[in-house]
Design a protein around this ligand. Sequence first.
Ligand SMILES: Nc1ncnc2c1ncn2[C@@H]1O[C@H](COP(=O)(O)OP(=O)(O)O)[C@@H](O)[C@H]1O
Ligand SMILES: [Mg+2]
Length: 366
Amino acid sequence: MSALFIGLMSGTSIDGIDAAVVDFDGTPGIVATHTHPIAPELKQRILTLSHGCDNELEQMMLLDREVGLLFSEATNQLLQQANIDATSIIAIGSHGQTVRHYPDKGTTLQIGDANLIAEKTGITTIADFRRRDLAAGGEGAPLAPAFHNAVFRSTDEERVIINLGGIANITHLPVDSTEIVSGFDTGPANILMDSWTERHLNQPFDRGGDWAKQGEVNQALLEQLLQEPYLSKAPPKSTGRELFNSDWLTQQLNSFGETIAPEAVQATLCQFTATTIADAITNHCGNNSAVFVCGGGAHNRHLMQLLQTALPNLRIDTTEALGVSPDWVEATAFAWLAKQTLEGKAGNLPAVTGASHPVVLGAIYS
Ligand SMILES: Nc1ncnc2c1ncn2[C@@H]1O[C@H](COP(=O)(O)OP(=O)(O)O)[C@@H](O)[C@H]1O
Ligand SMILES: [Mg+2]
């Protein structure tokens, strides 16, 4: 027997749609994967809508449709390449593309019309996972910790999972099953580095962190970045492009003029990511865990090195060591969340999101 679900994920990096077929019969097994490209022009329109533009409602409606069609294309291509029939998939869990996340105002918005996904794939689709958690008083994020808890928790090893997407989030998984799982967004992972690389090298990201590695960290800038109030806010907390974006970075650099070389800024941003994550782990998860990294940032060798240096007593690996490729953890998490919803089970961890109780997440488009 197999229990096949599809997870569709496009995060704050807007680097592509991750689509995975996952078999939940027994321990989750990734059966097939496909990364569907997001054209630079579409990425730009999503960014423009995220930052605010004229005629936003119409832009939002048109993009909701376009992104929904792209998510269905991603699914159909995934199935075609893997030679899997749509009828053998139980359901799709679609995260959608976040265009605004305002947890303090009790609202968030992910676009990518799930009506279209269900219609064009013929597969029951579950979407809009975050807003029920917000309705229950939570942040609506991060949601992956519930999946980390279900799949990566161990009874003999304390673990921390770090997801290095546009934003970084951590999950602390204690050994004792009566102890609560905690987790939150620590701040930026790749989002600022991506934006700086785009600005100076005209490339979407700093491959391997090689450019950052060439620069020298500017301590004054680093100290200033670390003053950002979000970083010292107590969890539950979540963040996104609304705070950490290229305007924020420009503002931070204002008082330095042109005195810092571009590669030194990149080096400092990479160190900033490593330091904020290491501080979050030290302050909230202690110093006894095995650490497993997932998300695209796991490919940034320089960032991984800086993390290890900042956490010298902890063993840092990727989630590959736990049987799930770091590139597919988030998509797998949304396939799992779809399964939870179909089975009428909660998908949030109130201790993580701050919701008043566990809730079944999302809406079902059958
Ligand atoms: N080879 C690589 N070297 C350095 N960074 C990488 C590499 N591959 C991916 N990344 C980083 O990972 C990001 C995408 O990670 P992902 O987990 O998909 O984030 P999100 O959930 O925000 O979409 C890219 O924008 C880039 O910054
Ligand atoms: Mg991505």
